[in-house]
Structure formats: C-alpha cells, structure tokens
Design a protein around this ligand. Structure first.
Ligand SMILES: [Zn+2]
Ligand SMILES: [Zn+2]
Length: 337
C-alpha cells in the first residue's frame, strides 16, 4: 500500500510502498478515506513526542471502511463505515476499570505509538471502532476522533458546561470551531479570541456570540465587562495564552488547558488561591465519551466543522501550511494517494 512515512524528524514525510500485514486477533483492517490534520502531527514530525518511534505512519483522526476482520471480531464486518478512537487502552489497569480509559497506564495511541491514518490501510483494535451513519461524509467523520471529542471532554465533562454557561475559547481554530458548535449544543454562550480577523469572522458565521481580537482589545477590560467567564478553554498552550485564559476566567471559574507548546505555565498564585480559579488539563476522551460524541454526530445534532480538503499526497505542504497558521479551521487529508 501507499503511505506517508515519517522516517527522520524535521524532514518531509516519505510517500512510499509499505507492507500492510493481516489484522491480528480482535483487529480489523480499515481502508482510510479521510484523515484530519492536527497540530500534534507537527509536534510528532519535530520529534517532540518522546514515546514515538520511527519510522511511523502518522494520522490519529480518520474515517474509513472496514475491509478485513481478524479472528474473534464479531461486531464489525467488511463494508462498515467507521471512525476510530485514538487511544488503544489495555482494559485491565485501574484507570481502565474505572472507565478512565484516556488515562490508561498501558496506553498505546494510534498515529503515535502505532500506525495511523496516513496510509491507504491501517490495522486497529476492533474495540476502538464506532460505526458512522451513511449520511455523514468521511471528511466530516474523520475529525471526530480528535478535534471534536477533545473539545467535548474539555467543555462538557471537565468544564461542566451547560445551558447558560459563559464560555470563552482562547485561540479559535481547528478545535475551537468545534468548541463553538459543542458550546451552542449545550446551551452555552460562546466567546472566542484570536489575533486573526479571518478566524474571528468564520467563528461568527458558525455561531460564536462574541469575538475578541486579542491584538486590539484589552482582556482585563473585557473580563470586567463580562463579569468573567465561567469556563475558559485554552487551545494555544503558551505562557501568554494561559495567562489570557486565567484573566478571562471569573473567580471560582475553570480554565481548561487543551494545548501544550511552552513546557511551563505561569499562573499568578492569587488567581488560584484567593480567587479560587481552577486550571484543569484535558487530553483526548474516555471510550464512553467517544461513543457519546459519535452518537451526537450520527443523529445530526452535532456537525463537525471542516475547512480545506487536501489530497493526502500533498501532506508535506499541508504540514507546512498548518505550522504557519494558514488554516482557519480543521483541514482534512483525502485518500487515496
Ligand atoms: Zn491531535
Ligand atoms: Zn488500561
């Protein structure tokens, strides 16, 4: 099969022939149709994820069709349209037994520690699959396993967002656009920030109540005017963006940290102790949240927001554009090569 292979960090992915083995027991082979492009793919290509071993076929959010099933797979058969949960969790550790599968002690992630969706085919554990309805195009389904579910866990599970919650999303983009739709679905009032007016315009068209250009507007003033936000999601992960998020957060509110660029964050102790603001990290989703989100998408209640569709053979150019902030929302790589 053809695949985009990361062989050397900081070098373009190689598009070449790769052997795809038979699916193992309890595994299926998927013919990948669409694969979302994530900033983490840039981190991976720069060698910033220590658990990644090269060569790797990246791609951790994708959708496709089951073409082969391994021994013992009963729930799926050839022709099923599916999406794949990123985390292959062990099912046996204390975290898994509590349902906290995203915190599994023996976690292996598809597109990180094992092959992902930037190949024509990929073998994955059948337990990671959810079926998608015929009405959902592959390119929209593809971004569910990361962009959509991550925002869902951050806002709903950890943020506790519900009707009337005042939400702010710092650094709207591929994830934030999903956050606007999730926030609206939950009945929240959603404000987004960016330094890019085009992103803010787009955010407005998909339902943001208020947009703030942080290059021009004073955050303390806005926080004061709004009385602070109940839940602030930081999607940038720099020292500066975390500080912005904490500034926008009301006393006793929650900052949900979903991104990491700077290895350290600096938070004024007064905000944590005296103002009782909470800063909560959020990574991926549990297996049960994953199903919950797929159900919302299948029933048409939540529509993933996508931007450019890029032929997968242009992966290196797409990574470069992503790194340079050229995409307003989530872009999707389209198969075949
Ligand atoms: Zn990702
Ligand atoms: Zn486990």
């Amino acid at each position: 099969m053809r695949a985009a292979v990361l062989e050397v960090y900081h070098k373009p992915l190689q598009i070449r022939e790769v052997e795809i083995g038979e699916p193992g027991p309890q595994e299926v082979t998927i013919e990948v149709r669409a694969c979302g492009l994530c900033s983490t793919d840039v981190h991976i290509s720069e060698g910033k994820i220590p658990t990644v071993k090269l060569p790797l076929i990246p791609g951790h959010e994708f959708a496709g069709i089951v073409v082969k099933v391994g021994a013992g797979v009963k729930e799926f058969s050839s022709g099923d349209r599916v999406v794949v949960c990123v985390d292959a969790s062990c099912g046996r550790c204390d975290f898994c037994l509590r349902g906290e599968t995203n915190r599994c002690s023996n976690l292996v992630r598809i597109g990180f520690e094992r092959s992902g969706g930037m190949g024509e085919y990929v073998n994955v554990p059948a337990t990671n699959l959810e079926k998608i309805s015929d009405q959902i195009p592959f390119e929209k389904a593809a971004i569910v396993p990361d962009a959509v579910v991550c925002m869902y866990r951050g806002l709903k599970t950890l943020g506790g967002v519900s009707a009337g919650t005042k939400v702010a999303i710092v650094g709207v983009g591929g994830l934030g656009m999903q956050g606007i739709r999730i926030g609206r679905l939950l009945g929240a009032q959603v404000t987004v920030t960016s330094r890019n007016d085009q992103k803010l315009e787009l955010a407005k068209t998909i339902g943001a109540d208020l947009t703030i250009n942080t290059k021009r507007e004073s955050l303390p003033d806005i926080a004061k005017k709004m009385g602070g936000f109940d839940v602030v999601a930081d999607l940038i992960g720099t020292r500066e963006s975390i500080l912005e998020a904490v500034t926008l957060c009301r006393n006793g509110g929650k900052v949900i940290a979903l991104a990491y660029i700077d290895p350290r964050m600096e938070i004024p102790s007064y905000d944590i102790v005296i103002r009782e603001k909470q800063v909560i990290g959020s990574r991926a989703v549990t297996r049960s949240e994953f199903r919950e989100v797929v159900n919302l998408v299948n029933s048409g209640k939540l529509e993933p927001h996508i931007g450019e569709l890029i032929p997968v053979r242009h992966i290196n150019e797409a990574l470069e554009n992503l790194k340079n902030g050229k995409f307003l929302t989530r872009s999707v790589l389209m198969h075949p090569f």
